[in-house]
Design a protein around this ligand. Sequence first.
Ligand code: VG1
Ligand code: CO
Length: 539
Amino acid sequence: MIKTIKTTPYDDQKMGTGGLRKKTKVMMQENYFENFIQSIFNTIGDLSGKVFVVGGDGRYYNDKAIQQFIKMAAANNVAKLIIGQNGLLSTPASSNILLKNKTDGGFVFSASHNPGGLNGDFGIKYANETGGQIPTSISDKIYENSKKISEYKIYDAPDIDLSKLGKSKLGNMEIEVIDSVKDYVEMMENIFDFEALKKLFRNGFTMKFDAFNAVTGPYAIKIFEEILGAKKGSVINSNPLPDFGGKHPDPNMTYATELLAIMNSDSAPDFGAANDGDGDRNMILGKKFFVSPSDSLAILTDYYQLIPAYKNGIYGVAKSCPTSTAVSRVAKAHNLPYYEVPTGWKYFVNLMDSKRITLCGEESFGTGSSHIREKDGIWAVLFWLSIIAKTGMSVEQITRDHWKKYGRSYYLRFDFEGLDTKVADKLMADLEEKLSSLNGKTFGSYQVDKAYPFIYNDPVDKSSTKNGLIVDFIGGSRIVYRLSGTGSSGATLRVYLENYDKEKIDNNPRQMLETLLSVAMEIAEITSRTGKKEADVVT
Ligand code: VG1
Ligand code: CO
């Protein structure tokens, strides 16, 4: 039986960089989740005949959310849902299933790299038929609808058993529960040379992959251990748990402590990697060696010809604005079209669909290609393993070799977290105001070349987006300031620093960026405005 439930709107359901992300307890408020889903349905309009992919990263409230979603979809005339077994699907796997089955959209219930659990975060990522997350024009409409919602429709029915594969029905809606891993594995086999990778492991190559007890565990076990033959135990924290076993599934130098301890020990394996909660981010490590994500994008691009799926040529490459300029030098060397977009994977989608780019990446541990319309953590790991297999070099050798050839972009991101939203907004507004007065000014040895807001004009849909403030210095160094769009409370100021050096390639990034950091603090008056003398997280 279909019920119509009266509800009142919440006024904070605005999607950020990666969908709607809130504290779990906020999401669990009465009708909160349901209001938002109905607002999406109302925005789409007629749902008859529509097919959606549904999954999540297994975090707390996932099970309840998926059941509510199924019942609401059935009550709203959706024709079919394709759901990952036990409600699990990584963000890249979902994008693949969406595209493969030419469905009308996909929902991934995840707050990505944010912690899970009752006191953690919960989120909703919504992709449309492009396979990528919706553009701002659509999320704005959903937000408007969420502010005037008065009722939602839901089926009054028992929960659906998502542990069994196969088809069933709820009302007129078909439900198909599919293997969460199978299609993803097939896709990877079609991109990479699995035989070469198997040989690498047969020859004794060792690795550790940290899945943080989030969604990538089953994917990683299947691909690295079962198919490619990495030793049992190569994948750690492989069991998806509602609270991720208390782990913060953010693959970086701050939170991947267990993996870093392994990779920094004398008995470190040859290769280390981690993915985030929903499997779209990646961190790459060698023995006692860290690869900056911006360098990673540049290196993958440089070696694209080694990969079967790309060997006949790629369209071009793109990076998000704050990502270091390393990849731009590779693009130039290979004569590849090159684009710079605002932060957030959705901005790459039009470039991929219009065949302008094949590879792309962000400094926030995201790399991917046009095989899907989301970034892809395991894909990046397989790409790195392929380069190692074909060149015989270690992670460190590959990276150093890159620096020798192209120079090095020393790069770090400094996050000032938990700021008062008004203080943060004012800091950015005032800084934007004074940007033009910075042109030509010197700060110690740094002379400003040009200071300007980053404005992106999409070549396909002609939309214009302003996100971030840039200060370029003579010689190639850069500061980018922007506010995070993924936080679940308060504001986070991100300060991205890049110091390019052609000759000095063996220095410590922190040392190489110390002066630029004080310049960045001074220009934006960070300490006097926020009270913070230093960043909370440096990645
Ligand atoms: C952050 C990253 C951005 C990334 C986004 C979603 O956004 O900086 O590069 O695309 O998270 O990642 P922000 O607005 O907080 O800086 V995920 O792994 O949550 O899909
Ligand atoms: Co993610």
